[in-house]
Design a protein around this ligand. Structure first.
Ligand SMILES: [Zn+2]
Length: 60
């Protein structure tokens, strides 16, 4: 049985969601979600923010 009301791939739980690095809020389908990606040597560092306010507060 397929539940027609649930859309696969859009069902992100809080445990799986990224968290804002500034305030720690779980980011679940937030339209203000911001991601900053930086390359540090061989690795890629991805930093999540719940919005522009937290992003401007952050000093990486
Ligand atoms: Zn935040």
């Amino acid at each position: 049985m397929v539940d027609p009301t649930s859309d696969l791939g859009e069902d992100v739980s809080e445990a799986e969601a990224p968290r804002c690095v500034v305030c720690g809020a779980a980011i679940v389908q937030s339209p203000t979600h911001r991601v900053v990606t930086r390359v540090e040597g061989d690795s890629v560092e991805t930093t999540h923010f719940c919005g522009d306010d937290c992003r401007s507060e952050w000093r990486g």
